[in-house]
Design a protein around this ligand. Structure first.
Ligand SMILES: NC(=O)c1ccc[n+]([C@@H]2O[C@H](COP(=O)([O-])OP(=O)(O)OC[C@H]3O[C@@H](n4cnc5c(N)ncnc54)[C@H](OP(=O)(O)O)[C@@H]3O)[C@@H](O)[C@H]2O)c1
Length: 281
């Protein structure tokens, strides 16, 4: 696996991008691109819902928004598929004739590369798995491409594009994307689950819901940032805040007694199994 180099490849300002679907994730990418200084006058979005199309035009005035297929789509250097997975069969049939000669990047969960290639009638496809912090530029996206068909410059283009929503990480096999789905794709929900538990404990200890939330959130952000800025093993970082016989040791012993770590591993394996199942559906 390779992680985003620092800095990631930059996006050529002349790159023409077409989004199929103008929902939450397309908006996250658009906002990220603008934050990075990429002009949106070379960007098109196809969004059939008039209300959503209108809102996009209002929020991104330089953007070209189509409410259906357009010959202009053939100008795109890269087409980003940002519809719901169940909408892809229909959407691919509507637009593939205009986009046959270009790179296709899918952000759709669970749509296999072979399905992309068959329905889009090309092997120039990249699968990606973003997560919801992409909405505020703090996402991490797993990327997979069959390197026998997708060349380095196309992979750099994909990485530059997805870097607008946070970090990126290439994986070697398509199956690895199921693990990415189980880890960072579903991961924000695990963090919210732990934060809820911390907030519940805070209430039992006499703190308000707001105090519990603020303390829990800041602890997650602080500890994750500490780990991200350290080359020490996670176990070393944990040991460093765990004095023998102290408060942290009491809590960690309790977590161990309840096999919380093992349960967490089982939970993620269940997510991976479900991702595989959905990919076969
Ligand atoms: N949200 C996340 O955090 C997240 C994370 C990882 C991956 N993803 C993946 O990202 C993809 C998009 O998710 P999202 O949250 O952005 O969904 P979303 O908000 O529902 O956006 C999808 C958009 O595509 C439009 N659309 C439907 N059919 C279309 C067609 N034929 N042509 C053009 N546009 C069409 C939809 O319009 P209508 O409203 O009319 O249906 C909607 O505006 C999904 O495949 C999801 O699996 C999302």
């Amino acid at each position: 696996m390779t992680h985003t180099q620092s800095p990631p490849p930059s996006l050529d300002p002349r790159t023409e991008i077409a989004f199929i679907g103008g929902g939450n994730m397309a908006r996250a990418l658009l906002s990220g691109l603008i934050t990075q200084g990429h002009a949106t006058d070379g960007v098109q979005v196809v969004e059939p819902l008039a209300e959503t199309a209108h809102a996009l035009r209002a929020d991104f005035p330089d953007l070209t928004v189509h409410e259906g297929a357009s010959t202009h789509l053939s100008r795109a250097d890269v087409v980003v598929w940002a519809v719901k997975p169940q909408q892809f069969v229909h959407a691919s049939a509507l637009y593939r004739d205009w986009t046959a000669q270009t790179l296709h990047v899918s952000i759709m969960a669970g749509v296999r590369n072979a399905t992309l290639q068959t329905l889009l009638r090309t092997d120039q496809t990249v699968r990606t798995m973003p997560n919801t912090p992409a909405l505020i530029g703090l996402g991490i996206t797993g990327l997979y491409a069959d390197t026998s068909h997708v060349h380095t410059s196309q992979r750099h283009l994909t990485e530059a594009l997805l870097s607008s929503t946070g970090q990126t990480l290439w994986v070697d096999t398509e199956d690895d994307l199921d693990a990415v789905t189980a880890l960072s794709g579903s991961g924000p929900a695990y963090v919210f689950y732990f934060l809820e538990a911390m907030q519940k404990a805070a209430a039992q200890m006499g703190l308000t819901a707001q105090q519990g939330r603020v303390l829990g959130q800041a602890t997650f952000i602080g500890a994750a940032s500490l780990a991200a800025n350290s080359s020490d093993d996670l176990a070393v970082l944990r040991d460093r805040v765990t004095s023998k016989g102290g408060t942290t040791a009491a809590a960690l012993n309790c977590l161990q007694d309840h096999a919380v770590g093992d349960s967490f591993v089982q939970a993620m394996l269940a997510a991976q199994a479900r991702a595989k199942e959905l990919g076969r559906a």
